[in-house]
Write a protein that binds this ligand. Structure first.
Ligand SMILES: Cc1cc2nc3c(=O)[nH]c(=O)nc-3n(C[C@H](O)[C@H](O)[C@H](O)COP(=O)(O)O)c2cc1C
Length: 169
């Protein structure tokens, strides 16, 4: 399969949008990441796929801790900001009103759908990207927040209507 055909297929894959962040002020950095999922429960682990050319990658490795902040629908501009689509860079992207920090020092987005504090326990390199495996130390969530999704170059959210359909068990 050509890279173009593969990209077109992956554009159809809907994904939640997260900011993976690391470092303490004034050395915080972060990036918009959709390649994130939970991995195992005992111990609680997650994994995200990070391009090793990304500025944040080396900082995640240096710090050995990072946070995962799942964005709400009102965070579209923040998603663009942390995807390099705005003139700001580095620590200046962290608004003091919106960002706090976990005990380990990683940035925590106050009104995220969900935020996790993670310790980097393993890294698996594959072509341009690394799978960064994090053990989850702590977390918080806002159940009223509507998640931001990305698909085919568009920002989306979920419909409450769909959630009203009973799930068969
Ligand atoms: C919706 C969306 C999802 C993205 N997902 C990923 C991802 O999963 N992994 C990745 O390495 N880059 C991903 N990117 C690209 C990075 O956000 C982008 O390259 C960023 O500028 C890297 O930041 P840095 O080099 O300043 O650390 C995504 C971008 C967007 C807009």
């Amino acid at each position: 399969m050509t890279p173009q055909a593969f990209k077109q297929l992956m554009r159809m894959h809907p994904a939640a949008v997260n900011i993976i962040a690391t470092g303490k002020a004034p050395h915080r950095t972060g990036m918009t990441v959709s390649a994130f999922m939970s991995l195992g429960v005992e111990p609680p682990t997650v994994v995200c796929a990070i391009n090793r050319n990304a500025f944040s990658y080396a900082h995640m490795v240096d710090n050995q801790v990072f946070s995962v902040n799942t964005l709400a629908v009102e965070h579209i501009e923040m998603a663009k900001l942390f995807a390099g689509q705005a003139p700001l860079s580095g620590d200046e992207r962290f608004d003091a009103q919106q960002w706090g920090q976990f005990d380990s020092g990683s940035p925590c987005l106050q009104d995220a759908v969900m935020s996790l504090e993670c310790r980097l326990i393993r890294q698996v390199q594959e072509s341009t990207h690394s799978l960064m495996v994090g053990e989850v130390i702590s977390g918080r969530y806002n159940d009223a927040a509507m998640p931001l999704l990305y698909r085919d170059g568009q920002w989306l959210t979920i419909s409450d209507d769909l959630l009203m359909v009973p799930v068969g068990r």
